[in-house]
Ligand binder design. Structure first.
Ligand code: GLU
Length: 287
């Protein structure tokens, strides 16, 4: 039940140890929640059955506790809600807003390379050229019945026919709020369910933000462009649109974005090297 108080969340994916960038995001969420008189939830975004590891979930909780952050129960684990995502996906399929795609990544790259000046999405991947969008329905049914590997893609054109072109969201920061016009078309027919699971990050995150009553989404600038797609999905699914804040990314001394694969940057390693939580807070600007 909504109490009217702000609800924020920190939503890491357990496919590596937390680094300083995660610490910044978690501390900022907790700090804003406290200052707004709301609460900050922890959500484990473990939809990837290969990369998500239970021991990493435990490590995340331990690292956050070491930083001084604890979260209200229950902690949501996305892997436990696949039926809910399936239902949302089925709804989009039934409405003609999603279609199965049998192309591999390599095929898509090759298809795009063959088209001169083919556009890329904000993450740098070639836009899906629509190869599977108009496949013969009987052939599609046969391939699905035969369990041919496939993803599900949003039919962007059909989605925009419903949503129109006036989509947007309210962004907030210390200076105030501003309206941001969303441009979801730049994602093309985005993948909304991956091969092994009935969802993708985009579908699961908008579902869970709605389900958990999240009023303010605070996350890194690297996800700012994805918000355009999220706003579109929220419109299609009749979910409320939270306010968004996309914070700066913490860079390594060489000016590079911290990558989870760089073990030297993990909080665990910093801890082992004798760095204290107070020093981390101070370094990140939370005195
Ligand atoms: N799970 C995502 C990540 O670890 C963050 C999702 C979000 O905050 O919307 O990058």
């Amino acid at each position: 039940m909504s109490t009217g108080a702000p609800v924020l969340r920190f939503a890491p994916s357990p496919n590596g140890r937390l680094h300083l960038g995660h610490a910044y995001s978690a501390l900022l969420n907790a700090d804003l929640a406290r200052r707004m008189g709301g609460l900050c939830r922890l959500r484990i975004e473990d939809i990837d059955p290969v990369r998500s590891k239970p021991e990493l979930v435990e490590a995340i909780v331990a690292d956050l506790a070491w930083l001084g952050l604890t979260f209200p129960e229950p902690v949501r684990h996305q892997s436990q809600h696949m039926d809910a995502y399936r239902a949302v996906l089925d709804g989009l399929i039934d409405r003609g807003l999603a279609y199965p795609c049998f192309c591999s990544r390599g095929q898509i790259r090759a298809q795009a390379a063959a088209l001169e000046g083919h556009p890329h999405d904000p993450d740098g991947a070639p836009l899906y050229p629509g190869t599977c969008r108009r496949l013969d329905p009987a052939r599609v049914a046969g391939r699905l019945a035969g369990n041919a590997p496939h993803t599900w893609r949003l039919d962007m054109e059909a989605a925009l026919r419903i949503a129109g072109d006036r989509l947007g969201y309210t962004a907030f920061d210390e200076a105030g709020t501003r309206w941001v016009q969303a441009a979801p078309a730049r994602w093309g027919d985005a993948v909304i369910a991956r091969r092994a699971v009935p969802t993708s990050y985009h579908l699961a995150v908008v579902h869970d933000d709605a389900q958990e009553g999240i009023t303010h989404v605070v996350r890194g600038q690297d996800l700012e462009a994805a918000t355009d797609l999220h706003v579109l999905l929220q419109h299609l699914l009749d979910f409320p649109v939270p306010r968004y804040r996309h914070h700066r990314l913490i860079l390594d001394p060489g000016g590079e974005k911290l990558a989870k694969s760089r073990a030297s940057q993990s909080l665990a390693d910093l801890r082992q090297a004798g760095v204290t939580p107070e020093q981390i807070r101070a370094r990140l600007g939370f005195g």
